[in-house]
Design a protein around this ligand. Structure first.
Ligand code: ZN
Length: 379
């Protein structure tokens, strides 16, 4: 035991806890699902099968914040509260909520069967909100027309643009109209599907949850795919071109980490090969957390590379310049979108939580009645 804070509650085997609480191939280290808030917090310092899950998303909050503020230290950047940075902040909110909700879900889920359901509904909700936070950053910083200043009409030849950039003119109209609404709709579909896997389709839950999050990745990344398939909008000799050059590498790494994390989540390796051996440390969910965080770090670097490229190019300033082809970020188009989405997600979570209370409330009351002093079998 790492730290013994007063009375230590016994950990249980998979046969001693309700079937609802068990994880595939994890045989021991379970906390009984009626811990108090205090017991849950204490359990962060004990080797249970959730300890690693908690720390692998809680510590990254600080690592992410450390790298995130880097952009505000560059020379000549606008103030951190300038409209230019609104999308970067919505991205920060998305990542921060995802990491915090995930770590808290793993820490607090043993309070009751109902709390456990709510914790994971919130977890899925924040993952979806994060995908929209990313999309907003992609839209304003990686969008093929992000910050391109209007110098005449929208005729590409008059602007001296290449064929790729004429294509961009058409493409940007698509983004302008559908990109963010699509990202929001997909996020809501993801929350609905993932919350449903806790109440039905149980045997395929890991595959469904993984695939459901592949869809927002594909939709959100369309501006990146477009940029990778066309020429950089920056002149080869410009410092913006140099700043933007590492972007494809970061995106590739971001995608690879996501792929590896999905493989851990679906395969349940390594615990599948040796059930019971990785109950506390080294099981697939911890590797899944580590890989998702590494993918977020590479995504942050990719976004920062593009932010830097825009800032280094005086012709590529986002509004307040009114002549930018892409309307600049506003409170409504960034924080407003996130608020609207979060409100919708909270409504969905409330509905599923109410439903979970109907299902698990009686079971929870029964457990509390049978075991008022908390725990039954010891392991
Ligand atoms: Zn998790």
């Amino acid at each position: 035991m790492l730290l013994n804070c007063g009375q230590t509650l016994p950990l249980l085997s998979h046969t001693d806890v309700p079937a609802r609480v068990t994880e595939s191939f994890i045989l021991s280290g379970y906390r009984f699902p009626n811990y108090s808030l205090r017991d849950c917090i204490r359990s962060a310092f004990r080797p249970t099968n959730e300890t690693g899950n908690f720390w692998t998303h809680f510590l990254p909050v600080f690592v992410f914040a450390y790298y995130f503020v880097e952009a505000f230290r560059w020379d000549g950047v606008p103030d951190a509260d300038a409209p230019f940075f609104y999308p970067l902040w919505t991205y920060f909110i998305g990542v921060f909520c995802l990491l915090m909700a995930s770590s808290m879900a793993h820490l607090l889920n043993s309070m009751s069967l109902v709390v456990r359901e709510v914790c994971f509904f919130v977890d899925y909700g924040t993952i979806s909100a994060y995908t929209v936070g990313s999309s907003l950053a992609y839209y304003y910083y990686i969008h093929p027309q992000a910050g391109i200043v209007e110098k005449g009409n929208l005729n590409g030849s008059r602007l001296g643009l290449s064929h790729e950039h004429e294509g961009a003119l058409t493409f940007y109209r698509f983004f302008e109209t559908f990109y963010i609404p699509c990202a929001c709709v997909i996020a809501i579909i993801c929350v609905l599907s993932c919350c449903n896997t806790r109440q039905r389709w149980r045997e395929h839950r890991y595959i469904i949850r993984t695939l459901v999050f592949l869809l927002p990745f594909l939709i959100s990344s369309t501006p990146v795919f477009y940029r990778l398939l066309t020429r950089s909008p920056y002149s080869r000799t410009s410092s913006s071109f140099a700043a933007s050059a590492p972007m494809p590498g970061f995106f590739l790494r971001h995608s690879l980490w996501l792929l590896v994390s999905a493989m851990f989540n679906i395969s349940k390796l390594p615990e599948r090969l040796a059930p019971g051996r990785f109950d506390i440390w080294g099981h697939s969910h911890q590797w899944f957390h580590c890989c998702t965080f590494l993918s977020i770090l590479d995504e942050l670097r990719m976004i920062q590379a593009e932010v830097r490229a825009i800032l280094l190019n005086p012709d590529f300033l986002l509004p307040p310049s009114r002549s930018s082809r892409l309307p600049g970020p506003t409170v409504a188009s960034t924080y407003g979108v996130m608020l609207l989405l979060q409100t919708t997600i909270v409504s969905i979570i409330t509905w599923f939580s109410w439903h979970a209370n109907q299902i698990y409330g009686p079971q929870r009351d029964q457990i509390e009645k049978e075991h008022p002093g908390k725990h039954l079998k010891k392991r």
